[in-house]
Write a protein that binds this ligand. Structure first.
Ligand code: ADP
Ligand code: MG
Length: 409
């Protein structure tokens, strides 16, 4: 059997040394960077495809981070290099950054400067380099890690003071979401950026995505000390190709909006679990309505599961959350139809090897799955997942451990 590939996180010193070295190579002729900033990827425990439905999500920050070394410029030029895109140096000027115009990986970076400017902040150009141990395109939010690292960097070099408290961080979240939606053109909800900027070590972030909430109302940090409970959160990057992801994601979002419109409500969050059957009846009985009904059922039941998961964790009953994870996966697979063969394979193999619960995480169609595992069972579960991939002739997956870690700083 192939031995499992572990995707280790870097120490802060290692990450900083890497980007300082790269900065020196690329932009060193003009001097040193102003500093180094970093932001984590995230893994969502439960609450999938709920953020854009004004629902609940429960992410934790990964120990895996994206590092940025940045030097402010006095003009509007932006020059970028990334160790993950060695052949794609990226350059623009800030006044050229606009929705529908800016493309490539630098859109995630320049988009943040654009969004901060749109929010009324003074932001100038910059030279920056990026390096990251967040798996790329694996549903663990390398995009938000990049945006959020840039956001705290620009906050710092321009003394905006936003990263200093949670309310300011909520403003940075808004800027990063606008960068991703409007400049990078990815219609994702706000969970990823909130997780990267507002999580805290040892905690999960219970995120309430209803619009108009104050920062205090929109996020609650729930102590999530798995080690004390003798548990480990295992993340499996399936490395599954996910073609069509963007189109499928937008379709799911559009279906939710369509259902809300038919029901005459602003968002699916307004449907209480006990009102679900009535709402489903109202959507009608033909084949198209059948699809909408299943999408709505996922969203409403997933929000309820997320609330219940958080309650169990708060009550010190984390060993009891497994069935909620399994139900979440079944709902995403059968009702929301965003799972993939590889994700189902991880879930089945992990549960078969004794995991307390397992589910796909992130947007789906590939990406990653998680399993909640007793510390003593990690090797067995990992071996079982690896063997399942070997038997199916699939590319070897990557394995990560995910103790709840620090936010962007
Ligand atoms: P995920 O966020 O799940 O990792 P996305 O498709 O949302 O996947 O984001 C991946 C994209 O983000 C990449 O294609 C690239 O454009 C950009 N990106 C993320 N991290 C980096 C990085 N370190 N260097 C360059 N681009 C990056
Ligand atoms: Mg992303």
């Amino acid at each position: 059997m192939t031995s499992p590939q572990w995707l280790d996180s870097w120490t802060a010193d290692d990450g900083a040394a890497r980007v300082r070295t790269l900065f020196d190579q690329v932009f060193g002729d003009d001097g040193a960077p102003d500093g180094v900033w970093s932001a984590p990827g995230r893994v969502n425990l439960i609450g999938e495809h709920t953020d854009y439905n004004a629902g609940l999500a429960l992410p934790v920050a990964l120990p895996h981070r994206t590092y940025v070394a940045l030097r402010s410029r006095t003009d509007g030029r932006v020059r970028l290099a990334s160790a993950q895109a060695p052949d794609e140096r990226w350059e623009t000027t800030l006044d050229e950054v606009a929705p529908g115009v800016t493309s490539g990986w630098g859109a995630y970076v320049a988009g943040v400067a654009w969004a901060l400017h749109e929010a009324g902040h003074q932001v100038s150009g910059f030279d920056a380099v990026v390096d990251s141990c967040v798996p790329f395109g694996a549903g663990l939010s390398s995009s938000a890690a990049l945006e959020c690292a840039v956001a705290v960097a620009l906050d710092s070099v321009h003394s905006l003071g936003l990263a200093a408290d949670d309310a300011g961080r909520a403003d940075l979240v808004t800027a990063c979401v606008r960068a991703e939606n409007e400049i990078a053109g990815a219609p994702t909800g706000g969970m990823d950026q909130a997780a990267s900027l507002r999580c805290s070590a040892g905690h999960a972030l219970l995120l309430d995505c209803r619009p108009g909430l104050t920062p205090l109302e929109s996020a609650d940090r729930v102590p999530f000390d798995l080690a004390a409970a003798g548990l480990t959160l295992l993340v499996v990057d399936t490395r599954a190709e996910h073609a069509l992801v963007d189109g499928q994601y937008a379709q799911r979002r559009a279906a939710c909006e369509q259902a809300a419109e038919i029901l005459g409500i602003a968002s699916l969050r307004e449907i209480a679990p006990e009102e679900l059957d009535v709402a489903l009846d109202k959507l009608g009985g033909d084949a198209e309505a059948d699809v909408l009904r299943r999408r709505v059922r996922h969203v409403v039941t997933e929000i309820a599961r997320t609330a219940e998961f958080a309650e169990l964790v708060r009550a010190g009953r984390v060993t009891e959350v497994g069935p909620l994870m399994n139900a979440s996966h079944a709902s995403l697979r059968d009702d929301y139809e965003v799972s993939a063969r590889e994700l189902d394979l991880v879930v089945d193999a992990a549960l078969g090897a004794g995991a307390l619960g397992a589910r796909m995480t992130g947007g789906g169609f590939g990406g990653s799955a998680i399993a909640l595992v007793r510390a003593g069972d990690v090797d067995g579960v990992t071996a079982a997942v690896q063997a399942a991939f070997d038997d199916a002739g699939l590319t070897a997956p990557g394995f990560l451990l995910a103790p709840p870690s620090d936010p962007a700083h």
